[in-house]
Design a protein around this ligand. Structure first.
Ligand SMILES: NC(=O)c1ccc[n+]([C@@H]2O[C@H](COP(=O)([O-])OP(=O)(O)OC[C@H]3O[C@@H](n4cnc5c(N)ncnc54)[C@H](OP(=O)(O)O)[C@@H]3O)[C@@H](O)[C@H]2O)c1
Length: 277
C-alpha cells in the first residue's frame, strides 16, 4: 500500500514493457517497507522532454532512463556528473529543487558486478567488443581506473567515434579479435549479439589464455552462448544480470533514501523469469 505522501520514481523507455527495473525497485521498496512506488513510463521520443518536466512537476523524485532516451536525458539535465559526461549519456535522473541532475551508473554497475564475482578490473588490459552506449559507459570507467582499453566493433566508424569521444581508448580491427585474445586479462561483450532473438556473437575463443575473464553484459539468456563457450574452456565468466542489479542501486538510494543490498534472494527473484540458456 502507498499513501498520499508516497515517494515516486519510474523508468522511461520506448518501449518499456520488457524492463525489469519495476520488479527490482518494487521488491526493494517492499523489503524496506518504504512508502513509495516505481512505475514503467512508456514515452515516445518526441515526448521525452515534456514527460520529464511533467514527472518533475508531479513530484516524482527521479527516474531511470533506458533505450532510446539516454542521450536525450543528457540534454534535459541542468547538471550531469563526471560519469554521465564521460559516457555522453544519462541513465539516472534526479529531480531536485535546483533542477534536473543526471548520472550514468552503467559503467559503475559493470565494475561492481565484476568485483562481486571476485574479478579485479585492473588485473590487466581489457578488450571490449562493441561501440554502443554501454561500451562507452564501461570503457569510461575502466579508463578512469587506469586500465588499458581496446575496443573492436563490427562497424569501424562507430569504434572511431567512440575513441574520439574518450581519449586513451585504442581501437582493434574487428577482423583481429580472435587472434588478439592472448593479449588480454578481460574480454567484455557489450554488443547485443547473443541476446535471445539476435544472432550469436561471432567469436572464437581458441586463442584465449587460461587467465582470461569473459564478461557478457547481455543477460537474456543468463548463460549466453559466449559465456557457455568460455565456461566449457574453463575460463572465468561473469554474466550481465548483476550489472543490471548494481546499476540500479544509486538511483534507489537517491530517490528512496536507503541503499539496497544485492543478495541471493534478489538475484534469484530477478533470474526467475529469464531463460537460463
Ligand atoms: N546488463 C546490463 O545492465 C546492460 C546495460 C546496458 C546494456 N545492456 C545490453 O548491452 C547490449 C548493448 O547495449 P547498447 O545500449 O550499447 O546498444 P547499442 O548502442 O545499440 O550498440 C549495439 C552494439 O552491438 C553491436 N552489434 C549488434 N549486433 C551485432 C552482431 N551481430 N555482431 C557484432 N556486433 C553487433 C553494434 O555494432 P555495429 O556498430 O556494428 O552495429 C554496436 O556496437 C544490449 O543487448 C543491452 O541489452 C545490458
Amino acid at each position: 500500500m502507498i499513501s498520499g505522501a508516497a515517494r515516486l520514481a519510474g523508468v522511461l523507455g520506448w518501449p518499456v514493457a520488457h524492463s525489469r527495473s519495476p520488479k527490482l525497485h518494487n521488491f526493494w521498496l517492499a523489503r524496506h517497507t518504504i512508502d513509495g512506488a516505481y512505475v514503467p513510463l512508456p514515452v515516445a521520443p518526441e515526448n521525452f522532454a515534456t514527460a520529464v518536466l511533467g514527472l518533475r512537476a508531479a513530484g516524482f523524485r527521479g527516474a531511470n532512463v533506458t533505450i532510446p532516451h539516454k542521450e536525450a536525458a543528457f540534454a534535459v539535465c541542468a547538471r550531469v556528473d563526471d560519469t554521465a559526461r564521460r559516457a555522453g549519456a544519462v541513465n539516472t535522473l534526479t529531480f531536485a529543487a535546483e533542477g534536473i541532475t543526471g548520472s550514468n551508473t552503467d559503467g559503475a554497475g559493470f565494475l561492481a558486478n565484476l568485483r562481486a564475482h571476485g574479478v579485479n578490473p585492473v588485473a590487466g588490459p581489457a578488450l571490449l567488443l562493441g561501440a554502443g552506449g554501454a561500451a562507452r559507459a564501461i570503457a569510461a570507467e575502466l579508463l578512469a581506473l587506469g586500465v588499458r582499453v581496446r575496443i573492436a566493433n563490427r562497424t569501424p566508424e562507430r569504434a572511431a567515434s567512440l575513441a574520439a569521444a574518450l581519449p586513451g581508448i585504442e581501437i582493434l580491427d574487428w577482423a583481429r579479435r580472435n587472434a588478439a585474445l592472448a593479449d588480454y586479462a578481460l574480454l567484455v561483450n557489450t554488443t547485443s549479439a547473443g541476446m535471445h532473438g539476435a544472432p550469436e556473437l561471432d567469436l572464437d575463443l581458441a586463442r584465449a589464455p587460461a587467465s582470461l575473464t569473459v564478461a557478457d553484459i547481455v543477460y537474456v539468456p543468463l548463460a549466453t552462448p559466449l559465456l557457455a563457450a568460455a565456461a566449457a574452456r574453463g575460463l572465468r565468466t561473469v554474466g550481465g544480470l548483476g550489472m543490471l542489479l548494481h546499476q540500479a542501486v544509486p538511483g534507489f538510494s537517491l530517490w528512496f533514501g536507503v541503499t539496497p543490498q544485492i543478495d541471493q534472494e534478489v538475484i534469484a527473484l530477478m533470474a526467475a523469469d529469464i531463460p537460463a540458456t
